[in-house]
Design a protein around this ligand. Structure first.
Ligand SMILES: C=C(O[C@@H]1C=C(C(=O)O)C=C[C@H]1O)C(=O)O
Length: 367
């Protein structure tokens, strides 16, 4: 998979000429003209912000929640642009949204995560954009599927959209704690590796789901050298009609941005090259130890599987498994290791144990 077949504009609105991260900010939802203008005016004192975002139509998980102000919000976006000079952006999910947004002069459109999953919807948007010159951002699909993400970018590109970027907003999962949407940083990493020409913007607000995690997630994204951040910002977040707990004030955004470190120099070029190389040798040694231990554990699980089979026992033993997890998490806590990290690893290990045990059963039917 590569983007060589994509026809991309040589210059992108999503890549800053000075190499600094692009900052997109604005409320989760447009609620009123006052709220939009108060937020936009606040953002005028945050010079890093160049694009103002606002949701006009909101796809909500459950019915009954605020589903967006609709078309009239587009007029407010126009006023924001006239008053502040900021570029404006909103989400589109249907051909009608595209036509309405373009009619009101919205500068940038984005395709949401729930739309990216559906090729019919993406195609409808692409068809509505045929012959239009507008930059478009594509959020990752809710499920971690790079092909689906790329497919949406391809559909838009075939319709003639050449200024494209992607937004990493995390992935839905049954247990994504402490996040709202699990970042699965390896997906962002793979995206950058496979599609290096497409700017990647991180959306820490939807990954975090709460203000307290925004700084850490933004920094982790910058460490991955993303091209920008999209951060939900509201003049009065606590009374926001959607996503109240994850939005920050313009002042909060300024503080957050000031706290972030943008590193663009490769470590190899520093004076500590020798020290770095020694430490990497140590990592190589420890990783080999880990592999050895995993292989030995796997062999023991297989032996247990054979015993179970001889005794007609279930492979999954929930009592034992809960005890294993509990003991490992306690041990990890004593070592100062993060619970989410260790839990995820042991969940994988457990799945693998069950897989190895199932594979050790000689009763397989060959089809
Ligand atoms: C290895 C076993 O089988 C399964 C795998 C476990 C593990 O990998 O620790 C624990 C419980 C079982 O669900 C076992 O029963 O002990």
């Amino acid at each position: 998979m590569s983007t060589k077949h994509l026809n991309l504009a040589p210059k992108s609105v999503f890549k800053r000429a000075d190499g600094q991260p692009l900052i997109i900010a604005g409320p989760c939802s447009a609620e009123s003209e006052e709220q939009m203008l108060a937020t936009a005016r606040g953002l005028q004192s945050v010079p890093e912000v160049t694009i103002f975002r606002a949701g006009i139509w909101k796809p909500r998980t459950r019915p009954g929640a605020f589903e967006g102000i609709g078309k009239q919000g587009l007029k407010w976006l126009k006023t924001v642009k006239e008053e502040t000079g900021l570029l404006t952006a909103c989400e589109v999910a249907t051909a009608e949204h595209v036509n309405d947004a373009l009619k009101q002069g919205v500068d940038i459109l984005w395709v949401g995560a729930r739309t990216t999953v559906n090729p019919f919807s993406v195609q409808e948007i692409a068809d509505a954009l045929e012959g239009v010159d507008v930059p478009v951002l594509v959020k990752n699909p809710v499920n971690p599927d790079l092909q689906l993400w790329l497919g949406a970018l391809e559909r838009l590109n075939r319709a003639g959209i050449t200024d494209l970027a992607a937004i990493h907003r995390g992935f839905s999962s049954f247990d994504s704690r402490p996040y709202r949407n699990h970042p699965k940083w390896n997906m962002a990493y793979e995206f950058k590796k496979l599609l290096p020409e497409i700017p990647l913007i991180c959306d820490p607000s939807h990954i975090a789901g709460k203000r307290s995690l925004l700084q850490q997630i933004s920094q982790e994204a910058l460490n991955l050298q993303v091209d920008g951040l999209m951060i939900e910002t509201h003049c009065n977040p606590d009374v926001a009609l959607s996503d109240a707990s994850q939005q920050v004030t313009p002042e909060g955004l300024a503080q957050l941005l000031a706290s972030l470190v943008v590193e663009r120099v490769s470590l190899e070029s520093t004076q500590n090259e020798e020290e770095l190389s020694e430490l990497r040798n140590l990592i190589d040694y420890l990783d080999n130890e880990l592999i050895n231990v995993l292989a030995r554990r796997s062999a023991v699980a297989k032996q247990i599987g054979i015993l179970k089979k001889e005794n007609k026992m279930n492979l999954l033993q929930t009592g034992r498994w809960e005890q294993v997890m509990d003991l490992r998490l306690k041990a990890a806590a004593r070592e100062g290791l993060e619970e989410v990290f260790v839990k995820a690893i042991f969940q994988e290990i457990h799945q693998h144990s069950l897989h190895v045990q199932a594979a050790s059963e000689p009763t397989k039917v060959v089809l």
